[in-house]
Design a protein around this ligand. Structure first.
Ligand SMILES: [Zn+2]
Ligand SMILES: [Zn+2]
Length: 339
């Protein structure tokens, strides 16, 4: 089979790999959709020191059907033909982080991450331990399951981390696929969502996903607009998804505000005195636990949320180069490879 690799310097190259065979406890998933995530761009551009390198298949938002199961995989874990999402990390499976659904934080440091330390989903077949699988609800498409596996799930994780969203004023910075998901979840949970971006087209999409108000921070004065919208009190909650607006995010946070930063690298300077006087709670959130990935999917189903509509482009594997050149511009929606 062929899979997409990133040798660096903004190149996406198809390489030949052997078809995977499942060992004990493992499954091979027939990938049906593999999402393009903003964090791919760190590796594609060659700017991240922790990229998977030229010999690792990229993609960490896969979704598909179980194709083959290895020895010891019981039917309650996986059967051929099951529609599955994948929690894209695995660890020792016995430390308290792994047991609580956070293998990306494995205390033994023995974990693996798709596209970094294990082959990812930008290929027709994917080898993973059976314990990484989560059921894909019947009413969700494969591409929705892919998005929930990282981008949309990351927004869910951030929103859950903020807590008590309903009835609050929530400002979501960045209206790319993660921010748009945050807007969608915030609105569905009963927040008044104010969406901020620098592109009017993205702000139009934010309204469609439930934003009550929008601010174009490139053409409007953010402080003035926020003062108008909140009677000078500022936001109760902020979700920063862009990775470049952390200072702006803090500038609109009101007294007793809570802010969650999920955009990387997100350089920010804080004065503890200011945090102290405003009694802020500042936090980050790292994708989501396996348990929350399942809850996210269930929430999307129960509220009939339009996750499919996050996707603006669908690609075949042989158009990888073109797909990533498009995605690198970061001015449009979300892309997915479909098989
Ligand atoms: Zn562990
Ligand atoms: Zn991701």
């Amino acid at each position: 089979m062929q899979g997409i690799t990133f040798p660096g310097d903004r190149r996406a190259v198809l390489k030949d790999f052997p078809d995977p065979e499942p060992g004990p406890g493992e499954v091979v998933v027939r990938v049906r959709a593999s999402g393009m995530c903003g964090s791919d761009l760190h590796f594609y551009r060659g700017t991240a020191s922790f990229g998977g390198g030229a010999d690792t298949i990229q993609g960490h938002e896969p979704c598909g059907d179980v194709h083959a199961v290895g020895p010891g995989v019981t039917a309650d874990l996986a059967s051929v033909g099951d529609r599955v999402m994948i929690h894209h990390y695995w660890g020792c499976d016995s430390c308290e982080q792994c047991r609580s659904g956070w293998p990306q934080m494995c205390a033994r440091g023995s974990g693996k991450t798709l596209c970094l330390t294990a082959h990812g989903g930008h290929a027709p077949y994917l080898l993973v331990p059976a314990r990484t699988l989560l059921p894909l609800p019947d009413s969700l498409s494969y591409k929705a399951g892919a998005a929930i596996g990282c981008g949309t799930g990351t927004a869910w994780g951030g929103i859950k981390r903020l807590g008590d969203v309903g009835g609050s004023t929530l400002v979501v910075f960045g209206q790319g696929p993660v921010g748009l998901s945050g807007t969608m979840f915030g609105a569905a949970l009963g927040a008044r969502v104010i969406a901020v971006d620098v592109e009017d087209s993205r702000l139009d999409r934010a309204r469609e996903f439930g934003a009550s108000e929008v601010i174009n921070s490139a053409s409007a004065d953010l402080a003035e607009a926020m003062a108008d919208l909140t009677g000078g009190r500022g936001a109760e909650l902020v979700l920063e998804t862009s990775g470049v607006a952390a200072d702006d995010a803090l500038s609109v946070l009101g007294k007793w505000g809570r802010a969650c930063f999920i955009g990387l690298p997100g350089d920010v300077r804080i004065k503890t005195e200011e945090v102290y006087k405003k009694q802020w709670t500042l936090m980050t959130s790292w994708t989501m636990s396996s348990i929350e990935q399942k809850r996210c999917a269930d929430f999307v189903v129960s509220r009939r949320l339009p996750v499919d509509e996050l996707f603006s482009h669908s690609w075949s594997l042989d158009r990888a180069e073109e797909a990533y050149q498009w995605f690198d511009k970061q001015s449009d929606g979300k892309g997915v490879f479909e098989f």
